[in-house]
Design a protein around this ligand. Structure first.
Ligand code: NAP
Length: 336
């Protein structure tokens, strides 16, 4: 590994303590450039992205997050997880990546709102050749969550019907397209101003949840992907066929301790006693899924719905817009 020709310092966003206000919590600083250890890769970050998890990591909420990311203060410099960039150095024992390779994926911990970050080969893959760094950086967390929801947990089959609650957001915009690529009939749910965007992603039908109840039981689906809205289980079940599957992906409750986990656990407990299959999952990010997403993107079957790319210093603005519900699709961060 040779890093001596790389700069000793870099520009990075830094957070000294947990905080829910992005402008108060994140600042730009010149810090020491990290170096990869054995089995690690140093990436020159060209772009990053923002998702709901960025806010949770920044705020340290819900509290159980702190067991992994730092009890009293964050363990990592900043809450960025997604990256696209070029390999700047490789540690001992790394196969499959060489300096100069264009990659996308996840940081080893967090910290992608910076010029350099350390990543692990098992969460990196070659960047899709037909998209920009900004577009590629919006894929890892949201795209792999959508892929696992549709393929592994809902296990959709061609010809089935799927209701996607939260179709205009980060996870939802990928889920709509992945489900369509798997031959499914998709109904996407979002607010009125975002319905055209959901249609443009390929949804066969759209529902404005501010004007009508998408789970009133008038229409039943083989699969409900519950990405947003926190609707009670009995209402979600109304929208399922007698043997349909409910996959809970998320939903912002604002709860500081459980943040919706109680509803997810109730789904798992109830599932064995009803004809429908009810469950939730936590994304297991991995290189194989990144490669599968790259193939879908390069084949033109999935595109990234990047609404805007912000410079590094404006990450707080991006986070604020996302948590205020102002974003359609994904926000990227250009790092250079
Ligand atoms: N299980 C996992 O491993 C995993 C991984 C990643 C993310 N997540 C979770 O998944 C959730 C979504 O993340 P995201 O990044 O996709 O968020 P996002 O980009 O903010 O998107 C949220 C979407 O939900 C829609 N929405 C809001 N209220 C709704 C309602 N009442 N009914 C239907 N749709 C509604 C929004 O549409 P409008 O703006 O039009 O209201 C928007 O399309 C978050 O809770 C996140 O923490 C879980």
């Amino acid at each position: 590994m040779t890093t001596h020709q790389l700069p000793a310092t870099m520009t990075s966003l830094v957070q000294d303590s947990y905080g829910s206000d992005p402008e108060q919590t994140l600042r730009t600083a010149e810090v020491a450039r990290p170096a990869p250890g054995d089995g690690e890769v140093l990436v020159r970050v060209r772009a990053a992205s923002v998702d709901r998890g960025t806010w949770h990591l920044m705020a340290g909420l819900a509290y159980p997050i702190r067991l992994v990311f730092g009890l009293r203060r964050p363990r990592f410099a900043n809450p960025g997880r997604n990256l696209a960039g070029t390999v700047a150095a490789v540690g001992a024992g790394v196969d499959g990546f060489r300096v100069g390779d264009e990659v996308f994926g996840l940081a080893a911990g967090n910290g992608t709102f910076a010029e350099y970050v350390v990543a692990r080969p098992d969460r990196l893959a070659a960047k899709p050749a037909n998209v920009s760094f900004e577009e590629a950086a919006t894929v890892p967390v949201s795209g792999s969550t959508a892929l696992q929801a549709v393929r592994d947990h809902a296990r959709v089959r061609p010809g089935e019907s799927v209701l996607v609650l939260g179709a205009s957001g980060g996870v939802g915009s990928f889920a709509v397209q992945i489900a369509k690529a798997m031959g499914v009939e998709v109904t996407g749910v979002a607010s009125a101003g975002k319905l055209e965007a959901v249609r443009a992603l390929g949804a066969d039908a759209v529902v404005d949840y501010t004007a009508e109840d998408p789970v009133d039981g008038r229409r039943r689906y083989d699969v409900v992907l519950d990405i947003a809205g926190n609707r009670p289980l009995h209402r979600l079940r109304r929208a399922l066929t007698p043997h349909g599957r409910l996959v809970i992906v998320g939903g912002e409750t604002g709860g500081r301790w459980l943040d919706g986990l109680d509803r997810q656990l109730r789904a798992v407990l109830l599932s064995p006693f009803v004809g429908q299959r009810l469950g939730f999952f936590v994304n297991k990010e991995n290189a194989a899924d990144l490669a599968a997403l790259r193939e879908l993107i390069e084949a033109g079957r999935v595109r990234t719905a990047v609404e805007h790319a912000y410079p590094l210093a404006e990450v707080p603005v991006a986070i604020r817009r996302l948590v205020d519900g102002q974003v359609t699709g994904k926000l990227a961060v250009t790092i250079g």
